[in-house]
Design a protein around this ligand. Structure first.
Ligand SMILES: [Fe+2]
Length: 199
């Protein structure tokens, strides 16, 4: 991921973080199914998807509204995977879920974080989440850019293919082609709620 994108990663609103978690959760579940994982692991991927970035919430308070902290922000961004893991580790989540969360920013070529793992050292669930996380981020609006469409997002990911597990990436492409409409749109929900309230 480009550095300027990382700089904005901690500036999500809470709503955006929840929506992002839901989108990653749904996609990770479907990708697990496509990869013929047992149902239980597909559910665990869905859980990991919801909470994978929870470590950004305490971090966001340290950087919001302060443009002078750019270098420190980069460091904060890289702390969030470990912090998500630390927040959840003694709360009864499975090893599979915790490993998926802790390592969801590791890259296949060893350039990721927190531990610079590479290839099959990276837990399988984390390799799945990595792909879902990047795709959902690229296909969402951000304060500094509009959402990329599906095909552009996939092209951008192919440019960075060194980051991803090739076998999982091929299955992921099948999932997004079969289910092109996956964004969670709060606008529609808000209109529905208003309609209900007027009645
Ligand atoms: Fe993350």
């Amino acid at each position: 991921m480009k550095e300027e994108h990382q700089l904005h990663m901690l500036r999500y609103t809470l709503t955006e973080q929840i929506v992002h978690g839901m989108e990653v959760s749904n996609l990770a579940y479907e990708l697990g199914k496509e990869l013929s994982l047992p149902q239980e692991l597909c559910y665990e991927l869905a859980v990991a998807g919801i909470v994978h970035d929870i470590g950004k919430i305490p971090l966001s308070g340290y950087v919001e509204g302060d443009d002078t902290l750019v270098v420190e922000e980069m460091r904060f961004v890289r702390m969030h995977a470990k912090l998500s893991y630390e927040l959840l580790k003694d709360r009864g989540y499975s090893r599979f879920i915790l490993d998926s969360i802790l390592y969801h920013h590791e890259n296949m070529d060893g350039s990721g974080y927190p531990d610079n793992l590479s290839g099959e050292q990276i837990p399988y669930g984390a390799r799945i989440l990595r792909i879902c996380d990047v795709y959902c981020a690229l296909t969402s609006n951000r304060p500094y850019r509009r959402a990329f469409d599906r095909d552009t997002a996939i092209e951008l990911m192919i440019d960075e293919i060194k980051n991803f597990d090739m076998e999982i990436f091929i299955a992921f492409q099948r999932v997004v082609h079969d289910h092109p409409q996956r964004e969670i749109r709060l606008e529609g929900i808000e209109e529905t709620i208003e309609g209900e309230l007027r009645q």
